[in-house]
Ligand binder design. Structure first.
Ligand SMILES: NC(=O)c1ccc[n+]([C@@H]2O[C@H](COP(=O)([O-])OP(=O)(O)OC[C@H]3O[C@@H](n4cnc5c(N)ncnc54)[C@H](O)[C@@H]3O)[C@@H](O)[C@H]2O)c1
Length: 262
């Protein structure tokens, strides 16, 4: 028999974007393991449903729900949040996790890719927060967790749009925190900054160099010597979603194996 369900986020009602796979799926599973109800939102609705079904199979029906969401669509956000609110009986945690990357340096990157990445990575946080706040306000204490990247704090020569978009998420998270504090609303907002984590987002590199070589190559850039696991990030989201972090807002958590210490 596996471990009993935890209670670190018991009673929390979480909405997680990009939850069909990778960090979003790991986060939804971890929050559910610690007592939260979760809505898994993704453009890949089949994938989101599979993860939600697995959570419900583990913890019982109506612990997890799946909704279709294109995070760049304002109408999509309004509809998905409304559906999540009805399904869970409220929303108290928003995890803005969906994100993408496109290669190309400042001279070779196309305007089309620039706009796409800025839209998926930044418009998403703006729209999601703008429309989720009324639900979070109604279910205080609330928490917004934005998945930025260590690439939002440290630049590289060949990832300008990923750097710029994740830096925008970093400061946007702080502005949201100050807005809520100023309004006297108990909704906190923080950002998480991972380095390379073992998810499908690394597949293009794995295809280019082979799985072992790609992961070893990335691991050599990390002082701890290896890439991270999805659970490393899910545990950080769990902390920020829970009341254990009740005095933390407008802050950032770097989960980068020591990269930013160099
Ligand atoms: N894995 C890493 O190495 C790493 C490192 C730093 C930051 N991040 C960030 O973490 C987040 C999650 O990354 P991941 O590694 O799990 O990626 P992933 O590619 O494995 O999963 C991303 C998920 O987001 C969904 N998605 C993509 N575009 C969407 C859209 N427009 N609307 C709705 N859903 C959409 C995808 O369908 C997918 O389920 C991203 O914001 C990413 O930038 C990842």
């Amino acid at each position: 028999m596996s471990a009993a369900r935890g209670t670190r986020v018991a009673g929390k009602l979480a909405f997680v974007t990009g939850a069909a796979q990778g960090l979003g799926a790991a986060t939804a599973r971890r929050l559910a393991e610690e007592g939260a109800k979760v809505t898994l939102a993704d453009i890949n609705i089949e994938g989101a449903r599979r993860v939600a079904d697995a959570i419900n199979a583990r913890w019982g029906p109506r612990n997890a729900f799946a909704v279709h969401l294109e995070v760049t669509s304002e109408a999509g956000w309004i509809e998905a949040l409304n559906a999540a609110d009805a399904a869970m009986g409220g929303i108290s945690v928003l995890v803005n996790n969906a994100g993408i990357s496109r290669g190309g340096d400042i001279e070779t990157l196309s305007l089309e890719d620039w706009k796409l990445v800025m839209s998926v990575n930044v418009d998403s946080v703006f729209l999601g927060t703008k429309h989720a706040l009324k639900y979070l306000r109604a279910n205080q204490p609330g928490s917004i967790v934005n998945i930025s990247s260590i690439a939002g704090l440290i630049a590289a020569h060949n990832t300008p749009v990923y750097n710029a978009s994740k830096a925008a998420v970093w400061l946007l998270s702080k502005g949201i925190a100050l807005h809520c504090a100023k309004q006297g609303v108990d909704v906190r907002s923080n950002s998480i900054h991972p380095t390379y984590i073992d998810t499908p987002i690394l597949d293009p590199l794995r295809q280019r160099f082979g799985k072992d070589e790609a992961e070893a190559k990335l691991g050599r850039q990390v002082p701890l010597g290896h890439i991270g696991e999805p659970a490393d990030i899910a545990n950080a989201v769990l902390y920020l979603a829970s009341d254990e972090s009740k005095f933390m807002t407008g802050a950032e958590m770097k989960l980068d194996g020591g990269i930013s210490a160099m």
